[in-house]
Write a protein that binds this ligand. Structure first.
Ligand code: HEC
Length: 159
């Protein structure tokens, strides 16, 4: 009968399985150790100025030079109008504001619509960087005022 035949085959298979797994695990360990020598440094924290430069390089093609999602010809790009968000945002405070900021940080880190609409930036911007980007760059965007790093003020006031 069939059941007895199977009861012979299954134990044989069970005996072979642990060995196959052992080989697999050893292989994975080898692969992992081959990759580990260089610990990935991860994105380093950036200053507000560096983030503005980063915005110029990476974000204006969709979010516009001033963050309004309008290009030089005034054409609306695919992004959200940060200058409007900045205005709306001033009405928010407390938990609502925190929730908005977290949502924006999350969008920067993970991208939107699986990276099709907006790519994820987590390889270039840490969560800390993204939070600073939202608070100090995006939510301070003003219409018609291009987002750009401040020139270094070499020494300040004359004496
Ligand atoms: C390929 C185009 C593209 C690029 C490049 C891009 N974005 Fe976006 N981004 C979008 C689109 C599209 C949306 C969705 C617009 C909407 O919600 O109306 C969006 C939305 C956002 C949002 C708002 C999410 C929310 O809460 O609604 C933030 C914040 C944001 N982008 C930040 C950035 C930053 C910072 C960069 C540069 C590091 C960047 N984006 C680069 C296309 C882009």
């Amino acid at each position: 009968m069939k059941p007895t035949q199977e009861s012979v085959h299954i134990p044989a298979f069970r005996r072979a399985l642990p060995r196959a797994l052992g080989v697999l695990v050893a292989g994975l360990a080898l692969a992992a150790s081959a990759q580990s020598p260089s610990p990935s440094p991860g994105p380093s924290p950036k200053s507000v100025n560096q983030l503005k430069a980063f915005f110029q390089q990476n974000c204006i093609r969709c979010h516009g030079a001033d963050g309004s999602a309008h290009n030089a010809e005034g054409k609306k790009l695919s992004g959200l109008d940060f200058t409007k968000a900045a205005r709306d945002f001033s009405a928010l405070n407390g938990p609502a504001a925190d929730r908005e900021i977290r949502a924006m940080v999350h969008a920067i880190q993970k991208g939107l619509f699986f990276g099709l609409s907006m790519p994820a930036w987590k390889d270039q911007l840490s969560e800390e960087d993204s939070t600073l980007m939202v608070r100090e760059v995006l939510l301070k965007a003003e219409p018609g005022k291009p987002i750009q790093p401040q020139p270094e003020t070499g020494g300040g006031k004359p004496r």
